[in-house]
Design a protein. Sequence first.
Length: 267
Amino acid sequence: MSFARVKFYDEKKMVVTNILDAAVKTLDFDQKAYIKTKAQLMKVIETPGFEGLGLGEIVAITNKLISKVANHTGYVIVDSKMNMPQDSKLIDELGIERSSTKLAKAVSDKTTEQHPHHDSKELGLIGKKKLIQLVKLLPPLISKREMENYTTQIESIRFGLPTGANSIRTTGDLEKDIVEQVVEAYLIDFDYLVRHQPEAFYELVEMADGEAKKIDISEKLRKQLNKAESIGEFLSIRDLVKRHIDGVKQPESEKDSWGSLMFWKKK
């Protein structure tokens, strides 16, 4: 399908990203759920027959899916004034899982779902290629030499989940080591930002009584970084932090008010 046929495609992507980012910064919404939910929302946007969905409908769908997968304890859910799509079966067809365990499995099985007609060897090669592409996004947190060494290792070992062994036996074992290394390196940058731009780590959250309150989101973001188990999850939270910092730097006149798009309000 040509994305050019999708009405307001770029705007819809931006709305989805901003609402999901806000959920990570305020709710208990980890990167496994973030990645899975975003993929499903983009599937809705790009599905033939739904090209004409309006921004309001995309907002409503996004909030509906977040309410199913994010722990919103401490927040109240407000009724959306925006209409859901006429096809009420759409949400059910997405098959959003409530269990974080099932979400984790869904993400790990992503390669198989996307390539159902490939045998295990071909899937392994596809998985290795994707992992190498992600490793190339890690400099300067890793050196060029380290990137080349990791690429060579990925090509030479078995593609698979982490084994928990002391030695590296699979790409999963190697990826776990890489993630630990880049998280440790990035946390130095992250802590520097928190110390020198503290105002950037306060999020304005609408309270149930209608007032707005600033909350410190630095610890929540740090927790998400420490929970990252894959390079994809690490890159996701790193990019979220960058978007947030860049958004704070924007002049007030250029900032969009995303608060009114969220389904949650703090008690």
